[in-house]
Design a protein around this ligand. Structure first.
Ligand code: DAT
Length: 180
């Protein structure tokens, strides 16, 4: 009985994280289309519900009201079967996730992607620095057991295809191990 309760009955919860521009949105949209899992984009959720705190002039963006985000999606996460897309991962309850995939991109490639977004030079530099310093990967490794953290290279369309296949395989394996 205890074991049954520990299992997310709709499937695993998967986190897709990485510096802005590494390909989370693109990957997640294909992943949910191909697996039927439920997409939770934390950025969209915050925008739709105005889950914002103070304006951070350094980062040129609003701080996220993390408590409101957690309250809003906790029930859904308890049931399982979700793909969560966000550029940070340290404030979520550790128990939510069965796997955390961290997308990584070469600095030159990332720079070019962010330039196309009309970000200011400062914001581009900050994000590229964040990627060089592997901030999000370290955050994932500090917040979750290393066995569930996977680093995926996301520089080219071929990488995107490979990453999709890797994550889909991981989901199938999880389901077979949990008899779903
Ligand atoms: P994120 O959601 O992490 O900010 P995105 O999915 O919006 O990133 O991708 C940013 C841009 O880069 C978008 O134009 C698609 C492109 N891109 C992302 N991953 C890629 C990859 N592996 N190969 C080629 N282009 C990619």
């Amino acid at each position: 009985w205890k074991k049954m309760c520990d299992i997310h009955f709709k499937g695993p919860n998967v986190m897709i994280t990485g510096t802005p521009g590494t390909g989370k949105t693109t990957l997640c949209s294909q992943l949910v289309e191909q697996t039927g899992l439920n997409l939770i984009s934390i950025g969209e959720l915050a925008k739709d519900n105005n889950f914002y705190g103070e304006y951070d002039s350094e980062l040129q963006s609003y701080e996220l009201d993390e408590d409101k985000v957690i309250d809003e999606i906790d029930e859904c996460m308890k049931e399982g079967g979700n793909v969560v897309d966000y550029h940070g991962c340290d404030f979520f309850p550790e128990r939510w996730f069965d796997a955390v995939f961290v997308l990584r991109t070469d600095n030159t490639v990332l720079y070019e992607r962010l330039e196309k977004r009309n970000y200011s030079q400062r914001k581009i530099q900050e994000n590229v620095q964040c990627e060089i310093m592997r901030v999000v990967l370290d955050e994932a490794l500090d917040s979750y057991k290393s066995e569930i953290v996977y680093e995926l290279e996301s520089d080219t369309p071929d990488h995107m295809e490979q990453n999709l296949a890797t994550i889909k395989n991981w989901i199938e394996k999880w389901k077979s191990e949990h008899r779903q």
